[in-house]
Structures are given as C-alpha cells and as structure tokens.
Design a protein around this ligand. Sequence first.
Ligand code: PAF
Length: 293
Amino acid sequence: MNPGAAPSSSDSLRVVTTVPDLRAAVDAARAAGKSIGLVPTMGALHEGHLSLARAAQSECGLTIVTIFVNPTQFGPHEDFNKYPRTRDADLALLALLGVDLVFAPSPDVMYPAGFSTFVDEPAVAKRWEGQCRPGHFRGVTTVVLKLFNQTRADVAFFGHKDYQQSCVVRRMVADLDVPIAIRVCPTVREADGLAMSSRNRYLDTAERQQALAISRSLQRGAECVRQGQRRADIVIADMRAVLTAAGITRIDYVALVEPQTLEPRDTLDGPTIALIAAYVGTTRLIDNHVLRP
Ligand code: PAF
C-alpha cells in the first residue's frame, strides 16, 4: 500500500490524495497498456456507486474511484456540512470490490488558494436542478472537468439517477472536446423501489416509507402512458397526486421532458424522461424514469 495511505481491508487498493501521485499511478497503468476508467463520487458509497465501479472494472484496465465532497456544487443553505463522510467504510467497500485506485483529494488540492476559473454550465443545465439549485451545475462541471484532466481517464461512469447531471457532463465533453467517453449506468434501487442515494441516510423510518411515493409516482406516470394518455399536464397531475397523497407537499418539480434538451413536453409523442425532485421531511430527493409512449 501507498505510504501515508488510509487503512483499507485490501493491499491491492491504493489511496492517493495528490495529483502527482495520481498521475504517477495512471502513467504506470498506461505504460502497462491499461485503459483508465473513472468513477467520480462524493463518497457515502452505496450499491449504485459500486455498480458504476463494476462497470468500470469490466471495461477498463485500471479503475479509479474519486471521493471528494465538492463544496462548489452546494448552495449556501444546502447540506455540504452535514453531507455523510464515511471514508473508512467507503474504502473497505472498494477494497472488497477489488478497485485499483482511490483519489481522495483535500479541498486545498482541488481548490488551492487563488483558484478562480469555473466552467459555465451548458443550456441543458438551466432548468430543473439548475433552477432550484443555482450554481450547482457550475460546481459540478468545474470539478468533473478537473477530475477528467487530473486522471486523464478514457471512460467515465455516471448514474442515470442524476439524469440531468449526465446530460450536462455529456454536453460539456462534446462542447469542450474533452477526450473521454461517458457511460451512463442504470439507477440502482432498493427492493421496494427507492432509488439509492447517499442522502437516503438522512431519512428516519417514517420518512423512508414516505419516500417510496417518489418511485410510485414515476410508476404512475408510466402507467398513464401505457394506458394511452398523451397529455403531459394530465400525467403530471396524476403523478403529483401520488406524492401529495403520501404527504409529500414540498415538490420542486414533476416534469416530463425531452431526453436530450430536457425541455418540457406538452404531448407525449416520443421517449420522455419523467423527473421528480421533492422534499421528504428536510431531505431533498431526486429520481427519474424513462417513459416510452
Ligand atoms: O454525482 C455526484 O456524486 C457528484 O455530482 C460528482 C459527479 C461526483 C461531482 O462532484
């Protein structure tokens, strides 16, 4: 194991915290003919993250998981300070999985004194999360581009649960000619349908139960479309009714959008993404589902 590295349950997991150490490990892997896969995370790992790591392992010779709770993507009144930080448990999970390398930089490594350059987010970032969380995607694009440059990965893996984030990253990569392939992997759900999220840890037992209304609402949307409903306003009203019946009243949005532009659809005459962002207690959760009329 790397000297100074955090303890882990496997000697094959290497943990680095600086860009020179990261680059040295990446250069060695490249010299050995390996392709590089990147899984960016903010830690508090769950099966969703592990599925991304497995996808990277199956496609790439070296898998790097990054763990960094990125301050620039949180608004001033958001949960940056209380965001779960579970480094030892995360490293143990990654070691068990046989991940090669973890990059866990400190805020000073990512944002040293004098840091002042940001990536302006693309048009697809403007609505939904971008509107509810001003500045969020500027923080995401900036940190993700830095991670792409730091790792010089060939392929990066993101989850479908953060659907708008995946669209924003794809657009940034296309617009700025970043030499990396983006894979978007399916949302991993609990057996009862709740989309896995690091923020599910905030939920108490009653809230955990209430949160199930989000996936039920998405299912209701799918059912309306299966039954032939093509009017978006009617489907959205039905979906909102599922949330409010469960006591979820603080709803940021329930939207039916075109998959590439994320512009709202009036008529459901092609593949559509149903998006939800809502509060369960004080916890803000997002989820989505693909509707195929
Ligand atoms: O999806 C996340 O966990 C974060 O937005 C990411 C991509 C790791 C950037 O901080």
